[in-house]
Design a protein around this ligand. Structure first.
Ligand SMILES: [Zn+2]
Length: 308
């Protein structure tokens, strides 16, 4: 059972929006592509985990803090009194392992995921100890990309290769232990300790005026949307969405990038690339948000900050 679903981080969503709106330099783009590739790998791993038939608790993307150390756990699984930590890597191509280093053939060295795993595992153990929780931790690096090969691979390291994932997970299906109260309590504790915001965000500076305006397609993130009656339609990827939902999506995007700016009809009209007329935007804002006044200025707020 998935207790905590995976979601794109705030940093990821901001970079996604800035990328679509031409707000990233070449260097920032490379960082964003890496983030996106990692996320796709995690989704692939989730699809394997969803096939598990055994009674267990799965917590995805849990960001924890032990003393002053922040650490992110790609996937945690509570099963039969044990806590499994999976560090998911979407490495692609030919690599070789030499003297504790991960080297890409003809290219540079990558951070050794085993070192990262060791650090996270140790912090997780310390955190459990701090909270008087006793659960043995089993940690693995999982390479999910079928196009990944590691030459001179060490046999004594906690690594699961793409061709082994199915077999590794299937062994758990033999177990018939139901989820215990202790596991439920631990999962609640870890969920409560999760920090929504990452302290290591690498979002570059940007300004309202510099970003490309318009409503991009939520499917392919290109500015290809066409209006047909009450709907917006993307001829590139066939995405369809009501005008209302697209405007609200864009208001949320504005809020994500500019949390200190007030939501106003005129700005939303401009943000949406003047594609939807002001009257219609005004009606949508009135319907979904609360109207507020500041002197002569009218602005709008979401009722619940979690709606953003
Ligand atoms: Zn599209």
């Amino acid at each position: 059972m998935i207790v905590k679903a995976r979601q794109k981080s705030e940093e990821h969503l901001m970079l996604e929006s800035l990328h679509a709106r031409n707000g990233l330099t070449e260097k920032d783009k490379q960082y964003y592509y890496g983030l996106e590739k990692g996320y796709q790998g995690e989704l692939l791993f989730d699809s394997w985990m969803e096939e598990l038939k055994v009674d267990c608790l799965i917590l995805n993307d849990v960001r924890l803090k032990q003393r002053n150390n922040h650490f992110q756990n790609d996937s945690l699984m509570l099963l039969a009194g044990k806590l499994f930590l999976f560090e998911v890597k979407n490495f692609e191509g030919d690599y070789y392992y030499e003297a504790g280093r991960f080297l890409q053939k003809d290219k540079e060295e990558r951070n050794n995921p085993l070192i990262q795993l060791e650090k996270n595992e140790s912090l997780l153990r310390q955190l459990l100890h701090t909270h008087n929780i006793q659960a043995p931790v089993f940690a693995y690096v999982v390479f999910v990309n079928p196009a990944f090969t590691l030459y001179q691979a060490p046999m004594d390291k906690p690594i699961i290769y793409p061709s082994q994932i199915r077999r590794y997970l299937q062994q758990f299906n033999q177990l018939s232990t139901p989820v215990s109260m202790r596991e439920r309590q631990l999962s609640e504790k870890l969920t409560a300790l999760h920090n929504e915001k990452s302290p290591y965000s690498q979002v570059p500076d940007y300004e309202f005026g510099q970003l490309k305006k318009g409503m991009y397609c939520a499917g392919c993130r290109k500015f290809t949307l066409l209006e047909r009656r009450e709907k917006l339609f993307c001829p590139k990827c066939n995405w369809a969405e009501s005008v209302e939902s697209a405007v609200i999506r864009n208001v949320k995007e504005q809020q994500l990038l500019f949390p200190n700016r007030k939501i106003r009809t005129i700005e939303t009209y401009e943000w949406c690339g003047k594609m939807i007329d002001k009257q219609r935007i005004y009606r949508i804002l009135c319907k979904h948000l609360n109207k507020r006044y500041h002197g002569k200025m009218t602005y709008y707020e979401f009722e619940n900050p979690e709606d953003i």
